[in-house]
Design a protein around this ligand. Structure first.
Ligand SMILES: [Fe+2]
Length: 161
């Protein structure tokens, strides 16, 4: 059981790192979204949720007698993709940032699904319930991006060069 519990703790720490990275990224994007009030408002709303997610994941770790690790960065393929997009100074950055956010939300969705499965298997009902609530908000954010992306792309392409 110890190894399984360690895995749950490691995955919670991965989720914590993802939320902290997204927190920073959203702050940067909000600062650059002055010309796009609807996007800015949605990013601000998701930033507030992301801060909550950080705290909730931290509480999950504490409920297991652990402390959140702040040493981890983004993991996997999304890391390079995200940082390349974030550093882009191209004028299509509003579109590329949303593409990155879309991929990040799906990484979060997959992570929380895994956490819910593991927590249920280990009888950690509090963790499973917390992650289920977070999962719903990540799905809502991904759905918002999916819904808005065609409009944003059309608006971007209609702009004079
Ligand atoms: Fe989140």
């Amino acid at each position: 059981m110890t190894k399984q519990r360690d895995t749950l703790v490691a995955w919670l720490n991965d989720a914590y790192a993802m939320e902290r990275n997204l927190h920073q990224s959203l702050q940067q994007q909000i600062a650059r979204a002055e010309d796009y009030p609807a996007i800015k408002a949605q990013l601000q709303a998701h930033l507030a949720q992301t801060r909550d997610h950080e705290n909730i994941v931290q509480e999950c770790l504490e409920s297991l007698g652990e402390r959140a690790s702040t040493t981890k960065g983004l993991t996997g393929a999304a890391a390079g993709f995200a940082s390349a997009m974030m550093n882009s100074l191209a004028d299509d950055s509003i579109v590329k940032n949303l593409l990155t956010n879309y991929s990040m939300e799906h990484l979060e969705i997959a992570s929380y699904r895994s956490l819910i499965e593991a927590a249920n298997l280990l009888g950690e009902q509090q963790v499973a319930t917390a992650c289920t609530a977070i999962l719903k908000q990540e799905q809502d954010m991904a759905a918002w991006i999916e819904r808005e992306l065609p409009h944003i792309i059309r608006t971007h392409l209609a702009q004079p060069v």
